[in-house]
Design a protein around this ligand. Structure first.
Ligand code: 13P
Length: 224
């Protein structure tokens, strides 16, 4: 049975106490066998949240990475630094990162991340943002379709639209024999998660706001 992936991207919504409290609630959560959960806390609390959740099946992941090991990277997040605290996956190329850094090109950072086989979830708003030629099956790569107009707006893409985009990307991936899951992100909540996660072309969801509230996250994890 293929597991569906649920990623909670806490962005910068929670402070330290709230992050710790929610991590402890998630620790007590019984995750259904058909679901895999990943949590991406704010970088400042990544270590603390990881310390709590490493006793569970929930994987704690970064929100961004800016270089492999550059020590001249003020304010950046390195792969070496993430590995050092036991984190071996990150979200990459989120639209909020692309907005802040207009010249962001995923290829540049992927050239450092892929040879290290550091796992990542690459976000895209359009198929042209996926560097198909440098992806591979050597380790777990995940893609996430996040239409910017659906992020934090309460406006979810229709399943027809999600299926169209995921279908297009999956067909490109299959031409290259790439076995890469695709998540959908953008205003996923307990009311729409069942319908979205039930789609065959949807391998999981990347949840922002609703993942920062235990009741909503619990409902999403148990929606199938
Ligand atoms: P919302 O679920 O708050 O719309 O955020 C989506 C997102 O950006 C997840 O990475």
């Amino acid at each position: 049975m293929e597991q569906k992936i649920i990623v909670g991207n806490w962005k910068n919504y929670l402070n330290k106490d709230e992050s710790v409290k929610l991590a402890k609630e998630i620790l007590d959560e019984k995750i259904p066998d058909k679901i895999r959960v990943m949590i991406s806390p704010n970088n400042l609390y990544l270590n603390q949240v990881n310390d709590i959740l490493k006793q569970s099946s929930v994987e704690v992941i970064g929100q961004n990475v800016t270089s492999y090991k550059s020590s001249s990277d003020t304010g950046g997040v390195t792969i070496i630094g993430l590995k050092d605290i036991g984190v071996d996956r990150t979200i990459l190329g989120h639209s909020e990162v692309r907005k802040r850094n207009k010249s962001f090109k995923s290829e540049e950072i992927l050239k450092e991340v892929i040879p290290e086989e550091f796992k990542f979830i690459l976000c895209f708003e359009g198929i042209e943002q996926i560097p198909f030629n440098i992806l591979n099956n050597d380790f777990e790569i995940i893609l996430a379709y996040e239409p910017v107009w659906a992020i934090g707006t309460g406006e979810t893409a229709s399943v027809e639209h999600i299926n169209e985009v995921h279908g297009m990307v999956k067909s490109e991936l299959s031409k290259l024999n790439l076995d890469i899951p695709i998540l959908y992100g953008g205003s996923v909540n307990p009311d729409n998660s069942n319908e979205i996660l039930s789609q065959e072309l949807v391998d999981g969801v990347l949840v922002g706001g609703a993942s920062t509230n235990y009741d909503d996250l619990h409902k999403i994890i148990n929606c199938l």
